[in-house]
Design a protein around this ligand. Structure first.
Ligand SMILES: Nc1ncnc2c1ncn2[C@@H]1O[C@H](COP(=O)(O)OP(=O)(O)O)[C@@H](O)[C@H]1O
Ligand SMILES: [Mg+2]
Length: 265
């Protein structure tokens, strides 16, 4: 599958979020995977481009990022887009799924340099888990306590430098110490009608083409489309994806002359 969601049998249980299996399959295929496919949210997207470029130039992981906004506006999509644009792995979990600090140890120690840990509904982390995550975010280390009573010892464990992306529908519920450990904040706002039409049209197009060709939507976007673009049969315009004159010719159709003229300039 396209997305690098890390899964191992023992951690499988933790690496889940509120999405049902059906949601997951549909969303993975319909979710935009590149920033250029992400519709609207101009402010967030412009700022994100700057942060991505800066991190890539410094060859460093992006700063911890908090995405907030109502459900369905693209927080999870953006987290995956960031991973894709940074060319890193993403491990996805959610606040309520991490019950004990111990649950998090496995996840954190498995992260590689520059990997992304996505925690959905991050305002729902328990207090102990939240406190455990502070040194991980701040200094990329975690403190284990081993033994009890007079023999208790704290052992520091160094983590790889990762990026935590938190998503929340209730930014106001985040505690001040957690919030202060994020370096980047994006707020996703409701879409204008024109953007909504684009989002729906995009999803509908991918779904209908894939139904016609009997291919997974993923395959269309990841394999078929780049091929058509490269072959010069398809182009991306501000109006969406359009066939080129070459494509019309290939299919033996008449190409609108007005369009043809536009292409000559
Ligand atoms: N800006 C966007 N551009 C294109 N599709 C979007 C955008 N925002 C949301 N979507 C679509 O809506 C669905 C839900 O988005 P998602 O990222 O899961 O939202 P959230 O995590 O904020 O609840 C995605 O599968 C995607 O198809
Ligand atoms: Mg989500």
């Amino acid at each position: 599958m396209k997305e690098n969601i890390k899964r191992s049998p023992t951690r499988e249980k933790l690496i889940v979020n509120q999405e049902t299996d059906e949601d997951l399959i549909l969303n993975i295929s319909l979710r935009p995977s590149k920033l250029t496919d992400f519709v609207g949210q101009k402010d967030a997207v412009e700022n994100l481009k700057v942060s991505l470029t800066a991190a890539q130039k410094r060859n460093e992981p992006m700063e911890h990022t908090l995405l907030s906004g109502p459900p369905g506006l693209g927080k999870t999509s953006l987290a995956h887009i960031i991973a894709n644009e940074m060319n890193t792995k993403i491990t996805a979990t959610s606040g309520p799924a991490i019950e004990r600090a111990g649950d998090l140890i496995g996840i954190l120690t498995n992260l590689g340099e520059g990997d992304i840990l996505f925690i959905d509904e991050i305002h729902r982390l328990s207090k102990t888990v939240e406190e455990f995550i502070y040194p991980a975010m701040e200094n990329f280390e975690i403190d284990f306590v081993i033994d009890k009573g007079p023999y208790a010892k704290t052992i520091k464990f160094n983590l790889k430098r990762f990026t935590l992306i938190g998503a929340t529908t209730r930014a106001g519920l985040l505690t001040a110490p957690l919030r202060s450990r994020f370096g980047i904040f994006y707020y996703l706002d409701f879409y204008e009608t024109a953007d909504l039409v684009k989002i729906i049209t995009r999803s509908a197009k991918i779904q209908s083409i894939s139904a016609t060709l009997n291919e997974e939507p993923d395959t269309i976007v990841d394999i078929v489309e780049p091929f058509l673009l490269k072959a010069g049969l398809l182009k991306r315009t501000p109006r969406g994806r359009e066939l080129t004159a070459k494509a019309y010719e290939h299919m033996g159709l008449v190409h609108n002359t007005e369009e043809k003229q536009k292409e000559m300039f």
